[in-house]
Design a protein around this ligand. Structure first.
Ligand code: ADE
Length: 227
């Protein structure tokens, strides 16, 4: 999978080179390129924003600098992901869908976001025929300083679903989501007793069917409590 990230703070994305994602890049499973939006600015001040038409606080990112940056990067079958708190809420289902893509392109907005004509432009039929899909995505109901951290959240959730990225693919098979949330049972390791708290007896029983039943019930209880 090819991943491009566009930001005015490319250094912000350096954690993408660590841990699982660093390994996935070295092994060629994932190619990540981070691009500086300011490279496409036309003036000495490298301006990327201006005041909003209609008035109001904050600044809006200029469409032309985004257009110039995105045009050469978009190819057939690209998914353009525009990060914004007003976007569709990111879910595990969305991660699974993005994991099937060959090319994800993240547009990290800052300030009050990107001029909406950028989204409108790349939604036009000439891009649709190339199977270029535009998504406005939010990682949650809160406002971040920009889309960089949101892009990293999505990249981490998506890339671990790519076959070969996780050391133990069984970790994926045991994860599940339902409408109430993430279903994961509580886990325990050594020692058998820690600070007076014992590991649940059932987990020591060796009865796999009963353990599976117990884990399912615990996962559902936990999901309900955390709603
Ligand atoms: N940019 C600012 N806040 C955001 C959020 N919650 N999700 C995605 N992008 C954002």
């Amino acid at each position: 999978m090819k991943i491009d990230v566009i930001s005015i703070f490319p250094e912000y994305l350096s954690p993408l080179n660590l841990s699982l994602l660093g390994k996935a890049q070295s092994s060629g499973l994932v190619e990540i390129n981070v691009h500086d939006l300011r490279k496409q600015t036309a003036d000495n001040h490298n301006t990327v924003d201006d005041t909003p038409y209609g008035g109001g606080a904050g600044m809006v990112m200029l469409p032309e600098v985004w257009g110039k940056t995105l045009d050469p990067m978009l190819e057939e079958n690209s998914d353009l992901i525009i990060l914004t708190p007003a976007g569709k809420k990111f879910t595990q289902k969305m991660a699974e869908s993005f994991a099937k893509s060959s090319h994800l392109l993240f547009a990290c907005g800052r300030y009050e976001g990107i001029d909406d004509r950028v989204r409108q432009h790349y939604c036009q039929p000439e891009y649709q025929v190339k199977n270029i899909r535009v998504h406005e995505v939010s990682i949650g109901d809160y406002v971040l300083g920009g889309g960089e951290v949101a892009a990293m959240v999505i990249i981490e959730a998506v890339t671990r679903l790519i076959p070969g990225v996780l050391g133990n693919p069984l970790s994926l098979a045991e994860e599940s989501h339902n409408d109430e949330g993430y279903l994961e049972y509580p886990n325990f390791t050594k020692p058998q007793e820690w600070r007076g708290i014992a590991v649940p007896e059932i987990l020591l029983s060796g009865n796999h069917a009963e353990i599976a039943k117990w884990r399912k019930a615990q996962a559902e209880k936990r999901a309900k409590e955390n709603l």
